[in-house]
Design a protein around this ligand. Structure first.
Ligand SMILES: *Cc1c(COP(=O)(O)O)cnc(C)c1O
Length: 409
């Protein structure tokens, strides 16, 4: 079998099967009570990603985990011990972060529609709010007064630039996220007047980017922008969250991000930064880059049939668990995620197969014309790159099937 470069080298073959963390998938499925579909997450893969990041990024740049990529409580609990902070986007995520042992002084809460009970929970535990509008800050300040707690407030800035060539753009132009740079000085004055604890700035310009050049450019512009805005704050920003956007090669032909180039350029940019940022700490917030490759979605073939000379493998999984692999989550053209026959991981590719899910919709495709070993009913199909935006980013209620099982390996 010629190995797909998108499959992490820590996934190996054992007794002819795919092995995760030293055990075959059939053993993992047995451990899950025989249940498929099963999302399995290998922490060793995340550990390797974090080690690569620490080696590449300048010393003064910390790593935050953006929990929405994968909020599984056990994974977050493991992650809390590895990274420098957790970024949450709802009260639900905040509760998971706190239960995971996350230190509230290293938790920040972003999101354009925070409700009063969410603000109250965050202020109550001392998490940082990434403020998304002047009105939101006024609500937060009133809640802080009512419960007698200081508001720790960072300003999320909608930057006047975007992260070029991103999968999903989140900055530049009119956006629901953050506060336009022109409006930031007035908001900083309100933060000062309210006596809130100013924590710094948050700038998130985009997601899923494979271009080191684009990321370097956005980081440079971000550091220039926050240095200008810092002039209007009562104190220099203690922390600047540079966003992330580091992408993963999901599709054939995608080149991995040149992390070393990003780290080297950031080192230079920071060395030349405006003195107003001299004592500022910096972080990147990453979701998919940390966890995307650690996950494998295991689904069993329940039928095999021919239609018009094409073979279809029908599985017990599908887009209700792994929407992104079906091509219906933020992609324009459907392309295959890396797939394998996990039960015959050592076998030679022998046939072109269409692998589909069990839902009654033509959207439910996991692999179009993929070369796989001869595949039979009962075989387990592995969909790789399933660690981010899988289970919780999929419409699990659609067609009322059972939810998938999830395990840490
Ligand atoms: C979604 C999101 C992230 C994570 O994006 P990835 O592409 O998974 O790294 C980080 N920060 C913010 C503000 C987000 O909305």
């Amino acid at each position: 079998m010629s190995r797909d470069h998108r499959i992490h080298p820590l996934f190996t073959e054992q007794d002819g099967e795919l092995a995760v963390a030293g055990r075959t998938v059939s053993r993992w499925i047995a451990e899950a009570g025989g249940r498929t579909p099963l999302f399995l997450y290998d922490c060793a893969v995340i550990e390797a990603k974090i080690a690569d990041l620490r080696a590449a990024l300048p010393k003064e740049v910390g790593i935050h985990y953006a929990m929405k990529a994968n909020p599984m409580p056990e994974l977050v609990a493991w992650m809390a011990g590895q990274v420098d902070g957790l970024d949450v986007a709802s009260a639900g995520e905040l509760k998971v972060a706190l239960a995971a042992g996350g230190d509230p002084s290293h938790i920040s809460f972003a999101g354009p529609g925070k409700r009063d009970f969410e603000l109250e929970l965050a202020i109550g535990v001392g998490a940082t709010l990434n403020i998304e509008s002047a009105r939101e800050f006024a609500r937060a300040a009133a809640i802080g007064d009512r419960i007698g707690k200081p508001v720790r407030a960072a300003v999320r800035v909608n930057p006047p630039f975007d992260l070029k060539a991103s999968g999903m753009r989140m900055g530049g132009g009119a956006k629901p996220f953050g506060v336009d740079a022109e409006q930031v000085p007035a908001l900083l004055a309100e933060i000062e007047a309210a006596g809130a604890d100013f924590r710094g700035f948050h700038v998130f310009a985009g997601s899923q980017n494979l271009s080191a050049e684009a990321i370097i450019d956005a980081q440079r512009k971000t550091i220039d922008l926050v240095a200008d805005l810092a002039e209007h704050a009562a104190v220099p920003p203690p922390l600047v969250n540079l966003g992330g956007g580091f992408g993963l090669p999901y599709f054939p032909g995608d080149q991995p991000l040149d992390l070393a180039a990003v780290g080297a350029a950031l080192e230079k940019t920071l060395a030349a930064r405006d003195p107003i940022l001299a004592d500022t700490r910096f972080v990147v917030e990453l979701g998919r880059y940390l966890v995307g490759e650690c996950g494998v979605y295991l689904t069993r073939a329940i039928d095999r049939k021919m239609s018009q000379h094409e073979v279809f493998i029908i599985t017990d999984g599908g887009l209700h668990h792994q929407l992104a692999a079906s091509g219906n989550f933020g992609t324009v053209i459907r392309r295959n995620y890396p797939l394998a026959n996990a039960s015959r991981f050592g076998a030679t590719d022998a046939e072109s197969l269409n692998v589909v899910g069990c839902l009654c919709t033509p959207l439910d495709r996991l692999g179009d014309k993929v070369m796989l070993p001869a595949t039979e009913v009962g075989d387990v199909i592995a969909v790789f790159m399933a660690g981010a935006y899988g289970f919780t980013a999929s419409p699990t209620a659609f067609l009322s099937h059972e939810p998938p099982a999830e395990m840490l390996a």
